[in-house]
Unconditional design. Structure first.
Length: 114
């Protein structure tokens, strides 16, 4: 399983970005897919998760601002990030779970300037 995250960049406080995660195989086989973030000096932190059935859940710090979605036909998962804040600055990673295995993709840097 290969996952490739993209869409990161530099944005101003209050701006928006849309992250994309491309999977090498059919994402419908995954129990869930998720976005994590890691800021310097911190551990990976769950941002949003979406199940095979399409149920989404979010970390409290992004509720109402971020939205996770999936396109099974394109093997893609997205993270729409609105009203970004400087504290959202981090490397964002895509994760897929299947058969008790977690697969990580390389991250994409998101930097929010004040």
């Amino acid at each position: 399983v290969q996952l490739q995250a993209s869409g990161g960049g530099l944005v101003q406080d209050g701006g928006s970005l849309r992250l994309s995660c491309a999977a090498s195989g059919g994402i419908s086989s995954f129990n869930y897919m998720a976005w994590y973030r890691q800021a310097p000096g911190t551990q990976h932190e769950l941002v949003a998760i979406i199940t095979r059935g399409g149920t989404a859940n979010y970390a409290d710090f992004v509720k109402g601002r971020f939205s996770i979605s999936r396109d099974n036909a394109k093997n893609m998962v997205y993270l729409q990030m609105n009203s970004l804040k400087p504290e959202n600055t981090a490397v964002y990673y895509c994760l897929a779970n299947r058969d008790l295995e977690n697969y990580w993709g390389k991250g994409t840097q998101v930097t929010v300037s004040s």
